[in-house]
Design a binder for this molecule. Structure first.
Ligand code: PMV
Length: 315
């Protein structure tokens, strides 16, 4: 049996702006999507998603919509590398779905990586990334490519369309990333389209917001490179205000953000497409318990995630 695991992500700065060519900063975190593949003598190509509770035969013309990205990956690999002997692929994931943690990209990356290993062909991580990006296009329409890139390569990444730079710094021991899922699911592709349409309607104003986002991300990058993580808080809050102005902030996520700030967070913002999904906050060790307590009290399940240096791995 061949198994691969690919990490989730938290976009620290710059989501949405990255869709129009501005930079963003993203980190891989320690929640994983895993795929295990075993040979099937019947010659069939079966796929089972435990998290979505769905299964399909990838050779069928129509597969359930939520599994279409895996059929796309299977077809690309089939075209590029030829006949694939029969297999059963089982996909499982700890990453909440449709919440902004890159669940679809991580499952696509783990499936691609394990299938290429199962075939025994030579490949580079770049190939995994490119194939997963094609699958992301089915899910999101106009993805920037940030999700598949961080899940493939891991670490903290400064990303622009067509450009990525790993920021080689150690995350401080006493600094925690707390993630809260608002529980409100949304469709990333739809939110991205709404933001782009708002941009078109008010371009003369929006272009300044996009430039501000770019300056903010570049400033954050410099702080990270000089290990000044503790100074990121205000930039996180400014980034949140920019997200508000492009129309992706809602009451429920604001409530979590204010609870995080009031309980001692250095900064907190939406991460991912917004209109629900997750919020992340940055906390020093000494305010962590207070924050966790407060967030639980208002009905949420905060999780502490850790940035991880590795992207997709064999396991
Ligand atoms: O919500 P997610 O995890 O799908 O993240 C989307 C990030 C966006 O910047 C909004 C879209 C993109 O393709 O970069």
């Amino acid at each position: 049996m061949i198994c691969s695991a690919a990490p989730a992500k938290v976009i620290l700065f710059g989501e949405h702006f990255v869709v129009k060519g501005k930079p963003a900063i993203v980190t891989a975190v320690n929640l994983y999507a895993k795929t295990c593949i075993m040979e099937l003598e019947s010659g069939k190509h079966l796929l089972i998603s435990k998290q979505l509770r769905q299964e399909t035969d990838l050779d069928k013309e129509h597969v359930p919509e939520q599994l279409a990205q895996f059929k796309r990956i299977y077809e690309i690999i089939y075209e590029k590398y030829g006949v694939i002997r029969g297999f059963k692929a089982i996909i499982d994931s700890d990453i909440p779905v449709s919440s902004g943690m890159g669940s679809s990209a991580a499952t696509a990356v783990s499936f691609t990586h394990s299938l290429l290993r199962f075939l025994g062909v030579e490949f580079k991580l770049e190939d995994v990334n490119n194939i997963a990006y094609e699958a992301e296009k089915l899910v999101h329409g106009k993805p920037s490519g940030i999700d598949n890139t961080v899940s493939t390569f891991g670490g903290i990444i400064y990303y622009k369309r067509g450009y990525m730079e790993k920021l080689n710094v150690k995350w401080p021991q006493n600094l925690s990333l707390v993630v809260v899922d608002s529980g409100i699911k949304r469709n990333t592709g739809k939110v991205v389209m709404d933001v782009l349409e708002r941009y078109e309607r008010h371009e003369e104003i929006m272009k300044h917001i996009y430039v501000a986002a770019e300056q903010l991300v570049n400033k954050a990058k410099n702080l990270i490179l000089s290990s000044r993580f503790y100074d990121l808080g205000e930039l996180i809050s400014i980034n949140q205000s920019l997200l508000e102005s492009i129309g992706v902030s809602i009451f429920e996520t604001d409530r979590i953000i204010y609870a995080m700030i009031e309980s001692g967070g250095l900064g907190a913002k939406i991460s991912g497409a917004g209109r629900g999904g997750i919020v992340y906050g940055l906390f020093m060790e000494n305010s962590l318990n207070n924050a966790i307590h407060r967030l639980k009290n208002i009905g949420y399940k905060p999780i502490i995630v850790k940035p991880v240096e590795k992207g997709v791995i064999e396991f």
